[in-house]
Write a protein of this length. Sequence first.
Length: 317
Amino acid sequence: MNLQDKPSNQTRYNPQKIKKINEGILIIEEWIIQLFKQGFDVLQKDQHRLIEISTRMVDYGLPAIARKIRILPEKIIHESDWIDVVAQEIGELYLLCQSFKKFEVLDINKQEDLLSFVGVPIKKTEIKSYSIPITDQWVYLGTINQKEEQILIARNWFYGIQYKKFALLLDFQVNKFTKLRSFIMGKMYLGDVHFYPGTVPLRVTEIPETFHTITENLPYPRYTISTFLTQYNYAISLNPWLKMVPCILSHCSIIELNQAWYIMDENKDLLPLKTHGDTLWSLLAWSSIPNTLFLGEFNNNQFHILSVYSDNLMIKI
């Protein structure tokens, strides 16, 4: 993870818009306080209330918060530990309420974190007009696809060799006629990228079209689990709504412990591993090869490995 070299010099601060958002924030805060008094079980019995709150959030200019509230019933139904999941979501919303009260005195990047979290849109042309482009060779690390409310979201991860920056390109498929952009494992994409503003800039507006095969001995960072978690903790201290971050681990093995799978480094530190299908057996095989790097995304306290780097080869998992 890399923190922004220079802070943004502009913000989407609009007094009228912020006033409207604050009105919506007060409604959320009042709802959360009532929820604490009544208990989370009430959410199972009165899901119409969630729909009502969600609709009002759209009216007040908080579309991302509206979506979070709107999908709570789905999490309540499908998550076995739904109370823990909902408690985390509600906790984040309550922190948002407290943070937004200080909006006007926050620095520009923290303001941008808040605006992004509530879903205030920003045009790519605006970002390009005031941000400094980063020119680099962007190595493709892998993609995670996730469906949310009938929209397919692709998280495409890259690493810039020269500037040592990670980059996240989000792509959205809203219907069957929309095609997601695909990238090629083992390739690096050459050119400029523009980062969205914030305290921990990861998302970019686009990835260049030009590419070539990766060079030998790519200078990837080589984290231990302890080093990675130290950087991760610092990042979320800056932006507590940061959900997923890239991670590259070296000198690791894959182990089973109490019927769960973990990645373990040479210091015997562990991270829970997200596995699916036949990928586990592939990871076990790669972990037996010395100097293999594991590249992926850390999200919801799990490491999702997207690719490995070994003997100058990038292999999709």
